[in-house]
Every structure is written in structure tokens, then in C-alpha cells.
Design a protein around this ligand. Structure first.
Ligand SMILES: [Zn+2]
Length: 88
């Protein structure tokens, strides 16, 4: 089934897992991860695509470097923010 997806959500989730894997002092509970994801997505432009869910992952490698840098920069800020203001 084809649907409209915000491709940015998948990129942010993917990059967040990588960042969390390399940090020790960040809470990795579901609540904090979702807070970090929401904070980041509110600061990045959405990228809507028409696709089937399973096919989005295969496109993750095609993103350009600047795009990835922007996502990582906002995610890093979000992690710092949520670390200081955990909601649990
Ligand atoms: Zn937490």
C-alpha cells in the first residue's frame, strides 16, 4: 500500500540510534528517545515521499552529506536538551 511518509522521521531515527550507540551518559529509554526525535523533527524541514514503508530503508544510503550533518547537529542539540530536562 502506498502512503505519504515523512522521510525525515526515518533518517532522524536512524541517526539517533547511531549517536546513542556511541554515548554512555544518555538515557536510552523509549520516552527520552521519542522526546529527542520530536525535538529534532520540529527543527528540521519535513521531507515527504510517496512510498511503501519497507522501501524507505533501502534509500537511507542515498542521502547527501550536508543533509546528514544537519540532522546530526540538531540531534546532538536535542540529546543535550533532553538530558538536562528528562520528563520521567
Ligand atoms: Zn529516559
Amino acid at each position: 500500500m502506498l502512503k505519504v511518509y515523512n522521510y525525515m522521521e526515518y533518517i532522524v531515527a536512524n541517526e539517533l540510534e547511531k549517536l546513542l550507540a556511541s554515548t554512555e551518559d544518555t538515557c536510552k529509554c523509549q520516552k527520552c528517545k521519542l522526546d529527542i526525535t520530536a525535538w529534532t523533527l520540529n527543527r528540521l524541514p519535513p521531507k515527504y515521499i510517496v512510498s511503501e514503508k519497507g522501501r524507505i530503508y533501502t534509500r537511507l544510503g542515498e542521502q547527501n552529506t550536508q543533509f546528514r550533518v544537519d540532522v546530526t547537529r540538531e540531534l546532538t542539540k536535542a540529546i543535550l536538551y533532553v538530558n538536562k530536562n528528562p520528563r520521567h
